[in-house]
Write a protein that binds this ligand. Structure first.
Ligand code: CA
Length: 244
């Protein structure tokens, strides 16, 4: 009698789970989940390109495509890993170049970048953001609302993505991703001595690698011109829309 009772209890639990799942909301994007009260969480969204759902992390109404905060995930990865994504959506991760290409293939998108270290931080907004083509070329324009340095526009807009095993950078004599670590839209591998504005931006560089601008050793998380100290946090986020 006891065993039969437990089975019927289990059945009741299963039925409850099914009804809960059936009534779960389907969000098209992070804007819809945010409108429903989700602020910072992993969410399954259903954009037109992913009718079976896409697991993302929503920061308010933004889809986070890169996050670093504690060095727990290795960002020195292959082309295939950057293409498909890696890491932990609730921790550090790269969402995946192919996903971002698919998402930004329709409509107009903004890119928000946060970079920080210690108690300092900067936010940058870029308009007309898109990843396009087989080499995941970055396109972005500066925003009139939130001023940006030249890091992501003059230096990187129009650049294809590079990893240590696929050199698409503009330096014919060096492999910037192999030299600087991480995967990024590298153009050049080196900057001018003592000029932080010319240090190659690379938010996927080696975590906690010591700052050494004078020696032209640019491994590590770098943001050209924005922060001259050690960087320990970054995130890249996208959403549909434009302020222009
Ligand atoms: Ca090269």
């Amino acid at each position: 009698m006891n065993a039969r009772y437990e089975v019927s209890q289990a059945n009741v639990e299963v039925e409850v789970d099914i009804s809960t799942t059936a009534s779960a909301p389907r969000y098209a994007d992070c804007r819809e989940s945010h409108d429903a009260g989700v602020q910072y969480d992993a969410v399954t969204i259903y954009p037109p390109q992913y009718p079976n759902g896409l697991a993302v992390y929503c920061h308010l109404d933004w889809v986070v495509i890169q996050k670093r905060m504690d060095g727990s995930v290795n960002f020195t990865r292959s082309w295939a890993e950057y293409r498909d994504g890696f890491g932990d959506l609730k921790g550090e991760f790269w969402l995946g170049n192919e996903i971002v290409r698919q998402l930004t293939s329709e409509g107009t998108w903004q890119l928000q970048i946060f970079v920080g270290g210690g108690d300092r931080g900067s936010r940058i907004l870029l308009e007309q953001f898109q990843i396009a083509g087989d080499n995941y070329t970055l396109y972005a324009d500066p925003s009139p609302q939130w001023p940006t340095g030249k890091s992501m526009t003059d230096v990187h807009s129009g650049q294809p993505f590079s990893t240590y095993d696929r050199d698409n950078d503009a330096d014919g004599n060096a492999n910037c991703a192999a030299q600087l670590k991480g995967g990024w839209w590298f153009k050049t591998c080196t900057g001018g001595v003592g000029n932080v504005d010319l240090v190659p931006t690379n938010l996927n560089g080696e975590y906690s690698y010591p700052v050494n601008y004078t020696g032209q050793d640019y491994r590590g998380m770098r943001w050209a011109g924005a922060l001259d100290g050690q960087m320990s946090r970054s995130s890249l986020m996208v959403r549909r829309g434009s302020m222009n």
